[in-house]
Design a binder for this molecule. Structure first.
Ligand SMILES: Cc1cc2nc3c(=O)[nH]c(=O)nc-3n(C[C@H](O)[C@H](O)[C@H](O)COP(=O)(O)OP(=O)(O)OC[C@H]3O[C@@H](n4cnc5c(N)ncnc54)[C@H](O)[C@@H]3O)c2cc1C
Length: 389
């Protein structure tokens, strides 16, 4: 590490930046976190509904999320705080032949990767998701080791844990530029000060591209907007987080998903079709009516729920839908932890540990093949040009 005041400056106290700051501090480095908002997790982190699964098809996501799952599951023991961890699994109920073929098609690879996931029949799905519509239900997949966490509780607990390890947080300070010397980053400039450092972790979420430009980098991250909502709590009745992959009959939505968190609230969102590219975070008038109709048609008993609030947040998307975690070649000392897409909360702790290992000069925490698949220098192909238009 350098003789600067801070060994590492993390830009952004969100899903990637918070666990990265903690992981780096746990390796004995002096860490400063700069965040333009006023508290931890106030960017896209708090928009997440808190679903956490390792059961992906992409190898890097599997490995990073498996690491995250271990961290979330053992958090209370390790750091003392309840973060609303609920190991209820993930369930994908299936009503169509095409979705059955897709899900059954990826099962062998998921099992070969050691994931605990299987196809279960309609009776089991009806047991897991009480009250689910039975007509046309073919079965589905269930992965019992996945779960849910409260993003708000996690952000605050992660910040406290990092502070106990000496991490300093400066809120309300937007990063406006960087200084370099001899091809290496030497300082970070904010609206109010300049901080000397030899290492920067760029974890600026939806702003990864404009902040990357300050370093002369074209980071291919473009946000799109997604809405979510939460109900008043009811008695626990639903174990897994449920994902319905069917497109909505109204023609404006792709999949939708929801779960019952540890406090009993049903927390939900859908994927709009087409996507809303950009930073508009105003709630739309159509979200709740569409979502409510979809949820009640899947589980009629949900019609009694009282919705408490809705919100709209951003997915910081890459052209291929896979994150970027890498050392930057153009400016020595800079690490990117960006492009967390729609799974940044669940990827966070795994990404944080990977960043910690890279900064400590250790081998990556995931296989070499998986690490190269999340490289900044991979080929994004034509999708990159299209996404950045
Ligand atoms: C409705 C919805 C539901 C979701 N559900 C889930 C889910 O169930 N599970 C899941 O894993 N993911 C989910 N996500 C996705 C998840 O929220 C994001 O992928 C994740 O929060 C992105 O993490 P990040 O660290 O990249 O960005 P953020 O958490 O936004 O962190 C980036 C931080 O950088 C700060 N920043 C930016 N520019 C600057 C600057 N110039 N100077 C200083 N600070 C700066 C920002 O203020 C922000 O706090 C959901 C998203 C939405 C919108």
């Amino acid at each position: 590490m350098t003789g600067a005041a801070w060994d590492v400056v993390v830009v952004g106290a969100g899903s990637a930046g918070l666990p990265a700051a903690l992981a780096v501090a746990e390796r004995g480095m002096r860490v400063l976190v700069l965040e333009e908002l006023t508290a931890p997790g106030q960017g896209q982190h708090k928009a997440a509904i808190g679903g956490v699964r390792a059961t992906h098809s992409d190898p890097a996501k599997i490995l990073l999320c498996r690491d995250s799952l271990r961290t979330f599951a053992s958090w209370k023991e390790a750091y003392g705080d309840d973060i609303g961890w609920k190991m209820g699994g993930y369930c994908f109920p299936v009503y169509t032949d095409a979705i059955e073929r897709t899900l059954r098609g990826i099962l062998p690879a998921q099992k070969a990767a050691g994931l605990e996931i299987d196809w279960v029949g309609p009776e089991e799905i009806a047991r897991l998701v009480p009250g689910i519509a039975r007509e046309g239900l073919r079965g589905g997949t269930f992965s019992p080791g996945d779960g849910q966490v409260s993003p708000l509780l996690f952000a605050n607990s992660c910040e406290r844990a990092a502070k106990r390890r000496g991490v300093e947080f400066r809120y309300g300070e937007a990063v406006v530029g960087f200084e370099t010397a001899g091809g290496r980053v030497s300082a970070v400039r904010t609206s109010t000060g300049t901080y000397a450092t030899g290492h920067v972790v760029l974890a600026a979420g939806a702003h990864a591209r404009p902040v990357g430009r300050m370093l002369g980098l074209d980071v291919p991250v473009v946000p799109d907007a997604h809405e979510g909502g939460i109900t008043a709590p009811v008695e626990q009745f639903l174990g897994p987080l449920v994902v319905d992959l069917r497109p909505g009959p109204e023609g404006k939505t792709a999949n939708f998903y929801f779960g019952q968190n540890a406090e009993g609230q049903i927390i939900f969102c859908y994927t709009p079709k087409p996507l809303f590219v950009g930073e508009d975070r105003e709630s739309t008038s159509e979200f709740l009516p569409i979502l409510a109709r979809r949820m009640v048609s899947l589980i009629p008993r949900l019609r009694h729920l009282l919705v408490r609030r809705v919100w709209r947040g951003l997915y910081p998307m890459t052209p291929d839908g896979v994150i970027i975690v890498d050392r930057v070649r153009e400016v020595e000392g800079v690490i990117l932890a960006v492009g967390m897409c729609g799974q940044g909360f669940m990827l966070g702790p795994g990404v944080g540990r990977l960043v910690g290992a890279l900064l400590a000069g250790e081998p990556p925490t995931i296989s070499a093949e998986a690490f190269s698949s999340i490289s900044f220098y991979r080929s994004f192909g034509a999708a990159k040009t299209e996404a950045l238009k």
